[in-house]
Design a protein around this ligand. Structure first.
Ligand code: HEC
Length: 194
């Protein structure tokens, strides 16, 4: 018990001296912590700018794949869709994506060759990433990349740091209307959610 008291006293002394020595730094640190707590996703900043999550192929759940084999089609390529493990668990429980759920669709080029199985196609290098971030609270009203319950983004392999989408209405919506009833997501392609 006595040791516990001394421990507590020491912590208080350290905190007090720390505050005096670097009052500004402490304030900055606190602000950082509060900002992080207020933000709802590590991939979205305070203004709603979305960044591409890295390493999803190794760490997230693979929801399913699509292949658009026609070279002239707008979506030509292999499409692999990923989300966080906790978003899958929440979806399986409630049937909806939780706030902060991120869907990443990685499109890769198509390679084809005659293998021992027959004429086979497989995914080559990544070309683009489509990203949706669930936001049920309309946090970024007025930001043209947020609406209909999601944030919308598009990144290209030549500069994965830059979201090249400018308006979800213009760049995304028309093509997602067939999936409106299922919160704009093409659920039929994601067996991992069932
Ligand atoms: C040419 C039509 C088209 C456009 C434009 C389009 N999408 Fe999609 N998107 C689809 C289709 C169809 C699917 C599912 C089937 C597939 O990938 O072939 C899909 C799937 C996705 C997925 C995987 C999750 C899901 O909804 O099934 C994400 C994420 C996504 N799109 C984001 C976006 C974003 C963000 C934009 C705008 C920047 C966008 N899409 C623009 C047609 C489109």
């Amino acid at each position: 018990m006595r040791r516990l008291w001394w421990g507590g006293f020491l912590v208080l002394v350290l905190m007090a001296s720390g505050e005096r020595a670097g009052a500004v730094d402490l304030k900055e640190t606190m602000k950082g912590i509060l900002d992080a707590a207020a933000g709802f996703s590590p991939y979205v900043d305070a203004q709603g700018a979305i960044s591409l999550p890295l390493g999803v192929r190794g760490e997230w759940v693979h929801l399913g794949s699509w292949v658009v084999p026609d070279e002239k089609a707008p979506g030509y390529g292999f499409h692999d869709v990923y989300t966080q493990p906790e978003s899958v668990a929440a979806f399986r429980k409630n049937g909806v994506f939780p706030d902060g759920a991120v869907l990443v669709k990685e499109i890769r080029t198509v390679k084809t060759d005659d293998l021992t199985t027959g004429r086979a196609s497989w995914a080559g290098e990544p070309a683009v990433w489509f990203v949706m971030v669930k936001d049920g609270k309309n946090r970024f009203a007025g930001n043209p990349l947020w609406g209909e319950g999601w944030g919308w983004a598009l990144f290209k392999a030549e500069d994965p740091k830059k979201n090249v989408a400018t308006s979800f209405q213009k760049d995304c919506m028309a093509c997602h209307i067939p999936a409106k009833e299922t919160d704009w997501v093409y659920l039929q392609g994601y067996p991992s959610l069932q």
